[in-house]
Design a protein around this ligand. Structure first.
Ligand SMILES: Nc1ncnc2c1ncn2[C@@H]1O[C@H](COP(=O)(O)OP(=O)(O)OP(=O)(O)O)[C@@H](O)[C@H]1O
Ligand SMILES: [Mg+2]
Length: 325
């Protein structure tokens, strides 16, 4: 893809409005300096003296941050948060990224999902990651909150050029009713869905599984990526993208598949969050009027930037993409 192509896509993506339906989470990084640790008097443990803390948007929030970093006109996440310290941090992160929090429903009965990563440093150059502390919900949304969310989704989707879906958590915001609404919207507007466990439940929407998720959606009957894309596309009645990590991605539309190779990236790479960057870049380009194949090519480019960002679920700026051409 040459510079002129990239410039055109970025310029048109700047006019795109996005609705992002999905689980907004918080990623917390607590860096402990173990040189400062003194044995506790009450327990046989060395405490973790936290000297630095960092917070960023995770889950669907990371996809929203990727849309914002790409410079789309507006991104409207449709999600649910609780009334806890993590909700405050989520709102701060959204505001800092220039993301409209107006469609995020607050429910004091819910837990704002968060993944806290304690990191021990100070003894050697190696930073050791402790087991994560996870905050999640273990029950479905109340009917009342689901109704509020449904109303928020309909309103945001009406205003949007494209709807991106991050259906991640078991007890998340993409309930059967919300998914049904998304599949209805997909008859009229592009909806692009990403889900590790539930991609097989989408109809009319463009689905974006990776190769493993695609095989699982077909009941483990592996037939090769291009054949899988065709079968899934017949089932959904819409185009399908299957990403294949370092190889690239397959685009399937109207029974025809095309393989779009990724850029060759020298290690070290960190592919955490590549899926979110792909989703955001694809949607931005597709809603900007590019063909599916060109939008996949653009998404591969955007991911080539993020996989070089080690230790963070990164975002990509227009300048960083332009620098690749
Ligand atoms: N090692 C790599 N080198 C170059 N590009 C890569 C590499 N790994 C991933 N990518 C890019 O990122 C895209 C998405 O990667 P992948 O198929 O791993 O998604 P995923 O499994 O959904 O990721 P996630 O773990 O974020 O859910 C690929 O289609 C490709 O463009
Ligand atoms: Mg993924």
């Amino acid at each position: 893809m040459d510079k002129a192509d990239i410039k055109r896509i970025l310029e048109n993506a700047g006019k795109v409005t996005v609705c992002l339906a999905g689980d907004i989470c918080l990623d917390a990084y607590w860096l402990a300096d173990m040189k400062k640790s003194r044995l506790s008097r009450e327990t046989p443990h060395f405490p973790l003296p936290v000297t630095q803390e960092r917070y960023s948007l995770g889950g669907g929030g990371n996809a929203a941050a990727n849309f914002a970093a790409l410079g789309v006109k507006k991104v409207m996440p449709v999600s649910v948060i609780g009334d806890d310290w993590r909700a405050v941090l989520v709102k701060n992160c959204l505001a800092k990224s220039g993301i409209d929090g107006g469609y995020v429903v607050a429910d004091a009965g819910r837990v704002t999902p968060c993944y806290c990563k304690p990191l021990r440093s100070g003894i050697s150059d190696t930073v050791y990651e402790d087991p994560r502390l996870d905050f999640e919900n273990y029950s479905p949304l109340s009917e009342e909150t689901e109704e509020k969310l449904l109303a928020a989704l309909k309103e945001a989707a009406e205003k949007a050029d494209i709807i991106a879906v991050c259906d991640q958590l078991e007890y998340g915001v993409i309930t059967p009713k919300i998914r049904e609404c998304l599949c209805e919207i997909a008859k009229k507007k592009p909806v692009v869905a990403d889900s590790r466990d539930r991609i097989a439940l989408y109809k009319n929407a463009i689905i974006k599984p990776n190769d493993v998720e695609a095989a699982a959606a077909l009941g483990g009957n592996a037939t090769g990526t291009e054949a899988a894309a065709k079968t899934l596309s017949e089932k959904t009645g819409a185009p399908v993208i299957i990403t294949e990590g370092a190889k690239g991605a397959v685009w399937c539309e109207a029974g025809k598949t095309v393989f779009v190779p990724a850029l060759k990236i020298e290690p070290p790479v960190d592919t955490v969050g590549a899926g979110d960057t792909f989703l955001a870049a694809f949607c931005a380009a597709y809603a900007a009027g590019e063909s599916g194949e060109k939008a996949v090519e653009f998404a591969n480019l955007a991911c080539a930037v993020t996989v070089k960002k080690i230790g963070v679920t990164g975002t990509v700026s227009p300048e960083e993409i332009l620098a690749l051409a």
